[in-house]
Write a protein that binds this ligand. Sequence first.
Ligand SMILES: Nc1nc2c(c(=O)[nH]1)N[C@H]1C(S)=C(S)[C@@H](COP(=O)(O)OP(=O)(O)OC[C@H]3O[C@@H](n4cnc5c(=O)[nH]c(N)nc54)[C@H](O)[C@@H]3O)O[C@H]1N2
Ligand SMILES: Nc1nc2c(c(=O)[nH]1)N[C@H]1C(S)=C(S)[C@@H](COP(=O)(O)OP(=O)(O)OC[C@H]3O[C@@H](n4cnc5c(=O)[nH]c(N)nc54)[C@H](O)[C@@H]3O)O[C@H]1N2
Ligand code: SF4
Ligand SMILES: [Mo]
Length: 700
Amino acid sequence: MQNTATPTHCPYCALQCGMNLTPVEGGTVEVSERTDFPVNRGALCGKGRTAPAVLSSGVRLTSPLVRSGEGVLVPASWEEALGRIAANLSGTRAEHGADALGVFGGGGLTNEKAYALGKFARVVLGTSQIDYNGRFCMSSAAAAGTKAFGLDRGLPFPLEDIPRTGCVILVGSNPAETMPPSLRYFTELRENGGTLIVVDPRRTRTAEQADLHLAPRPGTDLALALGMLHLVVAEGRVDAEYVEERTSGWEDARAAAMAHWPEYVERITGVSVPELREAVRLFCAPDAAMVLTARGPEQQAKGTDTVGAWINLCLATGRAGRPLSGYGCLTGQGNGQGGREHGQKADQLPGYRKLTDPAARRHVARVWGVDPDSLPGPGRSAYELLDALGTDIRSLLVMGSNPVVSAPRAAHVEGRLRSLDFLAVCDVVLSETAALADVVLPVTQWAEETGTTTSLEGRVLLRRRAITPPDGIRSDLEVLHELAGRLGVEKGFPTEPEEVFEELRRASAGGPADYSGIDYRRLAEENGVFWPCPAPEETDCGGADRHPGTPRLFLDRFATDDGRARFAPVSHRPSAEEPDDAYPVLLTTGRVVAQYQSGAQTRRVDELNAAAPGPFVELHPRLAARLGAAEGDPVAVVSRRGRAVAPARITTAIRPDTVFMPFHWPGEGRANTLTNPALDPTSRMPEFKVCAVRVEPVTP
Ligand SMILES: Nc1nc2c(c(=O)[nH]1)N[C@H]1C(S)=C(S)[C@@H](COP(=O)(O)OP(=O)(O)OC[C@H]3O[C@@H](n4cnc5c(=O)[nH]c(N)nc54)[C@H](O)[C@@H]3O)O[C@H]1N2
Ligand SMILES: Nc1nc2c(c(=O)[nH]1)N[C@H]1C(S)=C(S)[C@@H](COP(=O)(O)OP(=O)(O)OC[C@H]3O[C@@H](n4cnc5c(=O)[nH]c(N)nc54)[C@H](O)[C@@H]3O)O[C@H]1N2
Ligand code: SF4
Ligand SMILES: [Mo]
């Protein structure tokens, strides 16, 4: 056993905090402070600190499982489990065609795994039906960023720029719970004399730190941003020179904003005209400012337009593509950024290339050694794929997601999963989705394997293996290698992560997310490299032997054809489901600090369960009084999709017309039983953040 500490990164969120791991008895590791990684400077949240608990054998899967004749999951050999999957996939394909095979990936997978999974779907299975949980995460911001700037990288600048700007508007983002070590950037901003504005229907722990908290009705951020832009114009705060030199589309965007009078916006959002004016004043006063969005405004059926409206505000005031200014999206999952670049998305090839672009197909097909015409076209988006299970799609492979808990209209999705002919799941634990599978494969975890992730800053990082995995566990890459071989593709699926990365570099070369100048040695030496980072032979590195990477984007030009940023001509529209007599209350959903996502991992950690033991319904005292509900009483939340029951948590921190539920738990308190799968027309993002419900007392 090696006793030295291995420097690596957290398995969970997109902040990818640095940590050191030292092996200890029982096949697990001890986490200690790693101060050389600048993003978190040693600080960790409780999830990162307790992550080793999921390595212990009592918690994790230790053997493949197959469904027996009696319908129960029983341990099996790898030979049998892999054989069953391969036989089923090839049988289904022969009978129903390649598009009857589905693949569902995850933004927690390393770049190597995401790349290999996308290649496996297109080259080995020949199916177009692959998408992943990132569709539920940042896809609206990605779509809006691509439209406006020609490129989607969550943050176009490093976090270290935040304390040095003049004002930050955080829209629907609660880093106090979702990325605690990042909070210091906002604290330092205020210590330096900058201001923080938080836009959230709830007075969160993040909002409590703000100079100004705007609490709009859920689903109305689009109107709010337009109202602010209206005031920017009316008060003569437009940066006309910048608009002229660096943007296009201003006239249409301006006309749309002028139709959104502050009084009209107040009626839609519930944010008063004086509050709107104050927000505009704080945002426009300093020389530099930023708008950062997270899931609040993005997880809406108009998320793309909503983010577009916030970008418009940045463009009109000259706050994008300039030092210490810009729009950014705070990506969520550990590899939320890289996971959306290398081909597990329905419409995408590695390097953030488009599957419909003939040149991209030729380039990637050459790297893969296949005929470009053999590559399938774009497939269904995540929810649409899940909705097609059991009808068009007969067999599904899931790697890195737990949709039984995390998909919208989850009871329906669970039913679709049950209706499949065949379900295979690779996971580290028996998640609620794995529990429905015909075959479950136990895979290695972060401390047991090497691989790269790309953090919310666009910084590519190396996670290093710190311990040997237990016997009987294989990596996702080994699984794909074995399945490819059984399906007749002997080459092209290496099991060594570095070998996969070397191929990924070539596949990404020349694409928007160009990793070709990055290798494992550099990542280790430089503590991460920001993409794009082309190989020296592809670009002018000014005589240097390596491209330095790109911490800050767009300073000279945007990534559009003409170098100009595009305004989005957007107008307010209502949410897919507005309150009515039958469902008079708005439901919004989100996270608590001690649980991660579907909870598959964190609900297995005692310390985290003690801190956040179960679901709850956050509601205002006035609504509670109407129901006759006291703190802790079970209340039922009913939507057109179903009914969930959880204890009441009564607080004045939420709007009286809105209730909030975290989505980390299965069962009776599952928030996603209620949520609306209405999709954004561009990003195909479901409307997790707003639907109509009624709240009822539960009589014992
Ligand atoms: N503890 C913890 N941390 C996590 C995760 C986790 O599961 N647990 N997941 C990671 C991932 S994948 C992600 S994507 C990020 C998400 O990080 P965040 O986006 O910060 O998390 P959420 O709680 O989903 O949503 C943020 C806020 O949006 C508000 N909100 C709800 N509706 C609206 C609305 O209509 N408009 C506005 N403006 N705000 C609204 C909610 O009240 C909530 O406070 O967190 C990452 N970090
Ligand atoms: N109501 C509501 N629903 C939401 C959201 C919301 O705000 N509100 N947010 C959405 C967002 S932003 C997201 S990102 C999704 C996330 O939702 P999920 O996709 O369900 O996310 P996780 O719970 O992280 O699921 C990851 C699964 O993969 C396993 N796993 C972890 N690492 C690996 C690995 O390396 N290989 C393999 N094979 N398995 C691994 C974990 O044990 C877990 O079972 O939820 C979405 N759902
Ligand atoms: S903030 Fe995110 S990356 Fe950092 S320790 Fe917590 S979960 Fe891990
Ligand atoms: Mo996410």
